[in-house]
Each structure stands twice: as structure tokens, then as C-alpha cells.
Design a protein around this ligand. Structure first.
Ligand SMILES: Nc1ncnc2c1ncn2[C@@H]1O[C@H](COP(=O)(O)OP(=O)(O)OP(=O)(O)O)[C@@H](O)[C@H]1O
Ligand SMILES: [Mg+2]
Length: 329
């Protein structure tokens, strides 16, 4: 939809098209022109315009991720909300605050940490978080060794995260030991910190789907404190191949078609063999990085008296994928 707002009286205000896309996108006729009082021209918001640029940058990073459509949509929703909130504030309307604490559910390597980092950047650039730094923690960073130690450790961690995002991986492990475990003290301290430092940091808890469901039910106050819950599904074989291709491209390499085929067969076998332990994008990254090492050794052996050309330096061949299992060699 175009970014020309027709103000009442037929006058048209020229403005960069990006500026109001967020309001008009997917919407019916541009209501804004009907609701503006006669004499009032559409207001050009400088901040909102800047934010559109921010989103373009975030979107570029998201677009590089394969799949994850639900997540891309949600990030856009959050952006739209923040943008409209800004416009409402500038228009003197109420712009209530939202809770952005989140739960990311999914198997290893499904992109949880990657997405959390992008989201942290967006919140910082949109002015929701003052610093936008990203602290990744796990059970050992929160749980102490004696009574009172855990609360202190958890509080210290939250203080470090103020102005940014605190991302706790495998968060369900905090609930693992039951009532007597110090993990419970960590959860209680986190819940309190969410009240004490409301709006000053965003907490993201991540972990396997089932375990996170269990975790949320260990404390009745938890589910409502995390209004945004996102599922990170396992990648299909085709998506894993696309991820491999984008990883090699990023590193200035290319995969030969036969090499792709070999990789594909290996991924099918590997996924079938350990469907629950398969680590998705992380697995693919390790395989690609290993193939790059093998390619380097192959090239040195092959070109002991000269140097390979540019194309050869870039090419990953079938023999560079060496899989441990005999059946996939
Ligand atoms: N959709 C995707 N597109 C491209 N690369 C991806 C995608 N998802 C994951 N990756 C890559 O896979 C690797 C693992 O991703 P990440 O660390 O974000 O997963 P995770 O869900 O946090 O894993 P874990 O639960 O093991 O911590 C990274 O190198 C990341 O760049
Ligand atoms: Mg992670």
C-alpha cells in the first residue's frame, strides 16, 4: 500500500512511503484520513520514520534465517506495536506498557539464541531497552551452593542484565530438583526481580518444549508472566540443506551438487537415528565447518607444487564430507 496520506480537504501530504506502512499494512481503506479532524494535517513523526529504518535492518537479519515464519511474523507484530505506541504517545493518546518476557520452546540448534540476539537488538534500537546487551546464562550461573547464595547470585545476574536481555538456556533445569533444590530459590528470585525491575530488562527462558511446559506448571505465577511463547520447530531436511547453503555462502564457499546430495542423505540418516538428540542448525554448522577443514587438507595435498585457483578454493566436493558412519561414506 502506498505511503501517501490524504488529509481531510483533499490535500495530500507527501512523505516517505515507509513511514506509515505499519499502520496501513493489511488494513482496509486508510482510516486515518477519515478520522482526522478537518483542519488537522497528518502528523509526520520523525521518530517513527527512524524506526522504520531500524526495522529494515532487523528484517534483513531475519530474512537470512531459513523458515521460522511464525517468529518473523511475531517480531513484526512487536515492531508494529512499538511503532504505533510511539505514534500514539506523540498524538497524546494513552500508550500502555506491555510485558515482553518470553519463552522459547524448541530442540537444540533450532535458532533460539540467534533469534533472541536479533530481538535484543530490535528492542534496543526501538528504545525499549536502554543498552540492549545480551546475557546468556544457564543454571550454574544462577544457582549457588548454600542457602541464600542462590538468591544473591540470581540478583547479581539480573542487575548485570538491566537495560538488556537475560536469556536463560535450559531454564527447566531450575525446576528439576523439586522443592528442596536451590533452583526453586532462583525461580522465586527471578519472579520477584521481574516485578522489582519491571520494564528494565527482558527475560527470555529457553529449553525443550516438554520440559518448558513442565517448568511453567511448577509455579502458578509463571505462565502469565510470559505472555509471549514461541515454538521453534525442528527443521526439515530441505531447510537444513538451505541452512547449509547459506552457511557456505556466508563463508565464501560453494557446495558441488553431488556434495549436497551426500549431505542430504547423511542428514536423513542422522535425523532418523536420533530424532530427539539431533541438533538441527548446530549440527549442520559443525558438518560444514568440518568439511571446510577437510577441503583445506585436500587442497594442500593436491597442490603441493602450485596453488589452487579461486574456484577450487571455494569448492566443497563430495570427498570433503567425511561422515563417521560407514553407511554414509
Ligand atoms: N533458521 C536458520 N537459518 C540459518 N541458520 C540457522 C537457523 N537456525 C539456526 N541456525 C544456525 O544454527 C546454529 C545454532 O543456532 P542457535 O544457537 O541459535 O540454536 P539454539 O536453538 O539456541 O540451540 P541450543 O538450544 O543448542 O542452544 C547457529 O549457527 C545458527 O546460525
Ligand atoms: Mg542456544
Amino acid at each position: 500500500m502506498q505511503g501517501r496520506v490524504v488529509a481531510a480537504g483533499g490535500r495530500s501530504e507527501e512523505r516517505p512511503s515507509r513511514q506509515i506502512n505499519v499502520i496501513l499494512r493489511n488494513s482496509e481503506p486508510p482510516v486515518i484520513s477519515q478520522t482526522l479532524p478537518d483542519a488537522e494535517p497528518a502528523v509526520i513523526s520523525k521518530t517513527a520514520g527512524q524506526h522504520q529504518g531500524v526495522f529494515a535492518e532487523i528484517q534483513k537479519e531475519l530474512d537470512q534465517l531459513i523458515g521460522l515464519e511464525n517468529i518473523k511474523e511475531l517480531v513484526y507484530e512487536i515492531f508494529a506495536l512499538l511503532q504505533v505506541k510511539q505514534l500514539r504517545t506523540e498524538a497524546g493518546l494513552l500508550a500502555g506498557s506491555q510485558v515482553y518476557h518470553m519463552i522459547y520452546k524448541g530442540n537444540p540448534g533450532t535458532g533460539k539464541t540467534t533469534v533472541a540476539r536479533i530481538v535484543a537488538k530490535m528492542f534496543q534500537k526501538m528504545g525499549v531497552l536502554s543498552k540492549g546487551h545480551f546475557i546468556e546464562a544457564e543454571r550454574a550461573d544462577l544457582v549457588g551452593e548454600y542457602i541464600g547464595h542462590t538468591a544473591q547470585k540470581t540478583r547479581d545476574l539480573v542487575k548485570k542484565a538491566l537495560g538488556g536481555i537475560l536469556f536463560i538456556d535450559e531454564a527447566y533445569s531450575l525446576a528439576r530438583g523439586g522443592e528442596k533444590d536451590f533452583g526453586k530459590e532462583a525461580i522465586d528470585t527471578l519472579v520477584k526481580a521481574m516485578e522489582d525491575y519491571k520494564d528494565q530488562f527482558i527475560l527470555i527462558l529457553a529449553g525443550y518444549s516438554d520440559e518448558m511446559e513442565f517448568f511453567l506448571h511448577t509455579n502458578p505465577g509463571l505462565p502469565s508472566r510470559f505472555p509471549i511463547q514461541i515454538d521453534f520447530p525442528d527443521y526439515s531436511i530441505d531447510q537444513l540443506i538451505q541452512i547449509s547453503e547459506s552457511m557456505v555462502k556466508e563463508r565464501d564457499y560453494i557446495l558441488m551438487p553431488q556434495a549436497i546430495l551426500k549431505l542430504k542423505q547423511h542428514l536423513v540418516a542422522e535425523k532418523n537415528e536420533s530424532p530427539h538428540a539431533f541438533s538441527n542448525g548446530r549440527y549442520v554448522r559443525n558438518v560444514i565447518e568440518r568439511s571446510i577443514r577437510h577441503q583445506a587438507v585436500r587442497l594442500l595435498n593436491q597442490y603441493s607444487n602450485g596453488s589452487p585457483g579461486k574456484l577450487e578454493l571455494m569448492t566443497i566436493r563430495t570427498e570433503d564430507f567425511k561422515f563417521d558412519k560407514n553407511s554414509n561414506k
